[in-house]
Design a protein around this ligand. Structure first.
Ligand code: SF4
Length: 397
């Protein structure tokens, strides 16, 4: 176990560079702690076990998980230009056999060090062989160790349809990282990866499996959810391209989330001399993608600049409201849910609260909204309450 722990620690030293990872979209996290991590979740390094790569995470629904973020091997035969694990880079590699990884994690789980695992891998002897090893590890965890906790498996470029299905049966979440929003941008970042056949295809298979097959052999009666990640800012990409791709993935392929990772140059890689991307861009992309996914916004409603970027200095929802609501405020007693969701400060829960409260009585004051638990600071410029604009009313008062 001592040797295994040393190997896990070695993997953890580079995992914050792992390009197949996700940040949680909160700018403060990235600024304070660059070692952000995986799976749909907010992550903070676990104070006690950070050296092993364990994070305090919250998975879907807010369930807390001590998440071990690791790899079966840090060796790779591919040469993605941004990646610290690329073939030929001078870096000590670490390998685990499936049994060794599963047994080590089970031991950490028994001791209470980790309660969930995100498992990725470099590619050795092709995507199919590597995917088999990831699946073998998951099988051992679920069957031999009866592990019932959170498991996120990476799908390797080149994996087959049956492997995607088996991964979706064993895991809670699977991910295929598209890395770039278009074929041309992927060619710039990772010329050995094939956008359509190796990356988009498995996401399409996952969608078909979820739509048309019953989850009979799944470990918990449900298919795993699917996510992806993009590397932002290395390939002269635009926010419009990322959000167009996200919109397609949310609407057509039922992705749970698209993650954005601001590019950070890695020493001894072909992109080492490119400047790092501003983490605020990553943050704005998250805000905009949530508007597409959760607030029923259309791509054309997002406030893109002429160069296809979002403004960095303002939340996209506020930028839209300044253009559309400042001089035509929305009457909260009449607006439907979709219109309510366009007002800064009104999220899904507040919109539902407003709709429910309207069935009891008319909304006449900010005080009334506050009594319903709705913070009014951001919305008051953009709404009417019973025909009166509360911000103006307060100024007169
Ligand atoms: S396939 Fe590319 S991104 Fe993944 S580990 Fe290998 S070099 Fe890195």
């Amino acid at each position: 176990m001592q040797n295994t722990l040393a190997k896990l620690e070695h993997v953890a030293t580079q995992m914050h560079f792992e390009p197949a990872e996700e940040s949680d979209g909160r700018i403060m996290l990235r600024v304070q702690q660059p070692a952000v991590a995986p799976c749909g979740i907010s992550l903070h390094p676990s104070k006690k076990h950070e050296s092993l790569g364990v994070y305090d995470a919250r998975v879907d629904g807010g369930r807390p998980v001590k998440l071990l973020k690791t790899m079966l091997t840090t060796a790779c035969e591919r040469n993605c230009y941004y990646c610290p694990f690329r073939a030929g880079r001078n870096y000590r590699r670490v390998n685990f056999k499936p049994e060794e990884m599963a047994d080590s994690f089970a031991e950490l789980n028994r001791k209470g060090t980790a309660s969930g695992i995100f498992l990725s891998s470099g590619i050795l002897r092709g995507g199919v062989t590597t995917q088999d090893k990831l699946i073998d590890t998951a099988e051992i965890l679920r069957k031999k160790h009866h592990f019932r906790g959170f498991l996120h498996l990476k799908i390797m470029p080149g994996a087959e349809r049956d492997q995607v299905q088996r991964a979706m049966e064993l895991a809670d979440r699977v991910s295929v990282n598209l890395e770039a929003p278009t074929v041309e941008h992927l060619d710039f970042l990772a010329p050995m990866k094939q956008f359509m056949d190796e990356l988009l295809k498995p996401l399409q298979w996952a969608d078909e499996i979820r739509r048309y097959q019953l989850p009979r052999n799944t470990w918990n009666g449900r298919w795993a959810s699917t996510v992806t990640q993009f590397v932002v800012g290395a390939a002269q990409d635009t926010d419009l391209e990322f959000l167009k791709a996200s919109d397609y993935l949310y609407r057509k392929l039922q992705l749970r989330r698209t993650y954005f990772s601001a590019f950070t140059p890695v020493h001894d890689t072909p992109l080492e001399n490119l400047p790092p991307e501003n983490p605020m861009r990553e943050h704005r992309l998250y805000q905009a993608s949530f508007l597409l996914r959760d607030y029923a916004w259309g791509l054309e409603e997002l406030p893109f600049l002429q160069n296809g970027r979002l403004p960095l200095d303002v939340d996209p929802k506020i930028a839209w409201a300044e253009q559309h609501l400042l001089n035509a405020p929305l009457e909260l007693n009449k607006a439907g849910k979709e219109a309510l969701l366009r007002v800064p400060g009104i999220g899904v829960k507040s919109a539902e609260t407003i709709l429910a409260a309207r069935r009891q009585s008319r909304l006449r004051s900010l005080q009334h909204l506050r009594q319903l638990g709705i913070s009014t600071k951001r919305l008051e410029k953009y709404v009417l309450l019973d025909g009166v604009q509360p911000a103006r009313q307060m100024r007169l008062f």
